[in-house]
Design a protein around this ligand. Structure first.
Ligand SMILES: NC(=O)c1ccc[n+]([C@@H]2O[C@H](COP(=O)([O-])OP(=O)(O)OC[C@H]3O[C@@H](n4cnc5c(N)ncnc54)[C@H](OP(=O)(O)O)[C@@H]3O)[C@@H](O)[C@H]2O)c1
Length: 233
């Protein structure tokens, strides 16, 4: 994928190291599996560093041969990686990010968080109090982080099925072009195609798509992703 792999100064930006807040969860483990196989080192963050270390050891045992490291630690340690993914349920995402706002300063924070509620009819997007989206809420909680929204439509099951190639497109948005380029390079390393959609004000629409995908998955008993038509190769 030839989306920008260098910043405006021509420096390569494929990340050597990613931290994942809530990295012990379903999405975090799926991302860690793919990134480590691609040679990207990962720090799984958790409220409980010991739990994260155990999760990391289990994932390493699945695929011992990568040259990249995979470790578990506190969310604060994971937040000091150059690029950090927020992979926490919406209800707890703001407080978790606020707690690590200091190490997140200057970092790219890629929010996969979708504000969802579930009832008898299935999942639906919920309004975010005090912000236009979950990503905007996190930007307020960590004002010096460079927030990008993305990964909302990639299922953890597909990420974790590492014997299969991914053909997803991953829509992303943000207000900082360098941060978007760094996040896109990290997303490309997962084996999916990043597609930048525009500014962070579009994040609520991307976040709502998680509910649409879960609806599709429940009805059709699949792990669907999305692909756009009409893009140049
Ligand atoms: N799963 C998917 O396929 C998928 C796809 C796209 C987007 N997303 C979004 O990604 C986010 C994570 O989804 P997930 O399915 O990975 O969630 P999950 O497995 O339910 O939880 C992820 C992690 O969040 C942490 N966590 C749970 N409760 C917490 C609390 N009270 N305070 C702080 N941390 C807490 C836990 O880590 P510790 O207990 O180790 O701290 C947990 O392992 C969600 O916002 C979801 O909408 C998920």
């Amino acid at each position: 994928v030839e989306l920008q792999m260098s910043d405006q100064h021509g420096r390569a930006i494929t990340p050597a190291h990613v931290g994942i807040l809530g990295g012990t969860g379903k999405l975090g483990r799926g991302l860690a599996r793919r990134w480590r196989r691609a040679g990207v080192s990962v720090t799984l963050g958790s409220r409980d560093g010991d739990r994260a270390a155990r999760t990391a050891a289990d994932l390493v045992a699945e695929f011992p041969t990568s040259g990249a490291t995979l470790t578990g630690a506190s969310n604060a340690v994971a937040a000091a990686a150059p690029l950090v993914v927020a992979a926490i349920p919406f209800a707890h995402a703001r407080d978790t990010v606020a707690d690590v706002a200091e190490p997140l300063a200057g970092r790219v924070l890629l929010s996969a968080v979708s504000p969802l509620a579930f009832d008898d009819a299935g999942p639906h997007p919920t309004a975010v109090e005090g912000a236009s989206s979950a990503a905007a809420l996190l930007a307020g909680a960590a004002p010096d982080a460079r927030v990008v929204a993305g990964l909302h439509t990639v299922s953890s099951a597909s990420l974790s099925a590492t014997d299969r190639e991914l053909d997803d497109h991953v829509l992303m948005c943000g207000d900082d072009d360098d941060a978007l380029a760094e996040a896109a390079a990290a997303v490309a390393a997962l084996g999916v195609r990043p597609v930048v959609a525009g500014p962070l004000r579009l994040a609520a629409t991307l976040e709502a798509m998680t509910a649409v995908l879960i609806g599709v998955n429940q009805r059709h008993r699949v792990h669907a992703g999305i692909r756009l038509t009409g893009l140049a190769d």
